[in-house]
Design a protein around this ligand. Sequence first.
Ligand code: HEC
Ligand code: HEC
Ligand code: HEC
Ligand code: HEC
Ligand code: HEC
Ligand code: HEC
Length: 430
Amino acid sequence: MKQFNFLRFMLALLVMASFALTSCTKEGPAGPAGKDGVDGTDGLNGSDGTDGVAGTASCLVCHTKVNMDAKQAEYQLSKHFTGNTSARFGKYCARCHTSEGYLEVTGNGALGVMNDIPNATRVNCTTCHKHTGFDFENSADTVSLIMRVTDPVTLVYNSESVDFGALNNTCVTCHQIRGMTTPKVSDTTGTPDPTFVQLPYFPLDNALENTAVQFKVGQSFSVHDGNQANLFKGIYGYEFAGKSYTSTWTHSDNNCVTCHMNELSADGTRGGHTLLVNEEKCAECHGADIIAQIQDEVDFLRVQLGEALVAKKLFKKATNNEGIVSYSAVQSHDYYGNLFPTTATSTRFGVSLTNSNTVDPKTGLVVYNSIVKADVDAAWATRIGRDWTYGELGAAYNYGYINSELSKGIHNPTYAKQLLQTSIEYLNAH
Ligand code: HEC
Ligand code: HEC
Ligand code: HEC
Ligand code: HEC
Ligand code: HEC
Ligand code: HEC
């Protein structure tokens, strides 16, 4: 038995060598078609014990040049290829923003990478795919299409385990609430406090709803841009006391791949490995405009909540050159916990963190360099002049939760609308 497997392995190696060849001779003239291999009739690896030279058929399900080239072309339309976020190779970012960081954390099960990874590369075929073996008969490889991560994912925020299925846990490992932010550094000495700050103001316990809390310079309650998996599951929004929330929605039984890797469009620009939703396929069940319609509904509530937060001076509003309006939270207290005044004074406060941490190009290690800037408060006119409450923080957090999810609530319109609506109600009632 052992020997049989060994032979099969040697065969696999031969097959590999031929792949290497096909990909190297891309530019050369096409040779005559080779003789077909002696594949097992069942297309599996010698499953009945008779077709000992089988195996290539199971490889060729994927490894034809045509198929692999097509995947490559599709992948090159995806943001994983066109974006440039692999420049975010810092040790708090690299696990999701770089291929090397992802391989490190999925290899050792850690929450973050050990060190910054300068020269890291973008998400690519090998980030998502990994052969664990070449036995495609009843093997996990066949079911999972050799995805690197197939097990349920332990979320970085709150360590809850979620299972989106073998094909999707890969996506969820990155597309989730970040949980980790950059380390804090003491003001004058520059000494780093390297602890991960996990959404410092929460767990999202609504028993504290009307309790005072200082929203300080240097602390953030942001969930980060990649929170698709959390919204999809309807978890980790701030849920107000006495309100009811529904986590499930119409497409709860679907997953990332059903929509983002649906059938390739005729022109090859949507669906498949482009990861762009092929909306023509959605139209088979309902109008394709359902997406825009839902997004408008959610966005209407998002703006309403933004305005309600501005009215309370929890947020401020800005309009850029292109007329795009944005809302951002205004700290009530400086870095040290001193209440900001609401009139101009000559008192100096810890108004911001300046200088970013850098990476030593020789050692690849972080040089802690964030320093607190002491200055008079130029933003006094936008300050609230009192503590926030946890309920207000929850409303502001919910704004960020939906706003940073660039799909405008499409990953769970039910939960998204409830979070926004109940936040507005809380602000109106308090
Ligand atoms: C479910 C599809 C699938 C099947 C079936 C499959 N492979 Fe792969 N294989 C892949 C993908 C995807 C990659 C990753 C490509 C990359 O990283 O560039 C890969 C990578 C490889 C590599 C590494 C090549 C490189 O460029 O680094 C080898 C060797 C390989 N496969 C051999 C095989 C053999 C032998 C079989 C059959 C026993 C097989 N594969 C079956 C999808 C498959
Ligand atoms: C290693 C982490 C990682 C994995 C694994 C991953 N992604 Fe991503 N994804 C990212 C990052 C980072 C970006 C932003 C890329 C950029 O802007 O350069 C992104 C971008 C995207 C985008 C484009 C978003 C936009 O703004 O247009 C989609 C869609 C997407 N991913 C879906 C998926 C799906 C579906 C999977 C699983 C099949 C997946 N991702 C797996 C990290 C990952
Ligand atoms: C848990 C995974 C995860 C971690 C850790 C993470 N990100 Fe991201 N980040 C993502 C994903 C996924 C996206 C893409 C979301 C999208 O396009 O919708 C993203 C997008 C971004 C974007 C917007 C796209 C861009 O690059 O301009 C910025 C900025 C960003 N991340 C900064 C950071 C920084 C800085 C860190 C480290 C302090 C970090 N991220 C850590 C998952 C993560
Ligand atoms: C973001 C993660 C991700 C990246 C990057 C990625 N794949 Fe995949 N791939 C998947 C998922 C998920 C599936 C299974 C779902 C499906 O095919 O609908 C899959 C399936 C496949 C399959 C088997 C299905 C088929 O139609 O043959 C092949 C082959 C494949 N990928 C090759 C590649 C190659 C080559 C690259 C790089 C150019 C690549 N993949 C990059 C996630 C990824
Ligand atoms: C019901 C279909 C559906 C499912 C399931 C789905 N998405 Fe999406 N997703 C969309 C649509 C529609 C958009 C809006 C952009 C577009 O039209 O392509 C989108 C946008 C995105 C974006 C870019 C905008 C953003 O939100 O930052 C990312 C990244 C993303 N999805 C990741 C995922 C991940 C990861 C999963 C699985 C947890 C997932 N999606 C599940 C339909 C879906
Ligand atoms: C197999 C049928 C089917 C397919 C395919 C399908 N949907 Fe749906 N979808 C439904 C049903 C049923 C509803 C609920 C009834 C309605 O609103 O029309 C729905 C509702 C929705 C909603 C509104 C959910 C809510 O709670 O208000 C969104 C968003 C959505 N679909 C997105 C998509 C996207 C994006 C695709 C394509 C990737 C897609 N759907 C493909 C059946 C489908």
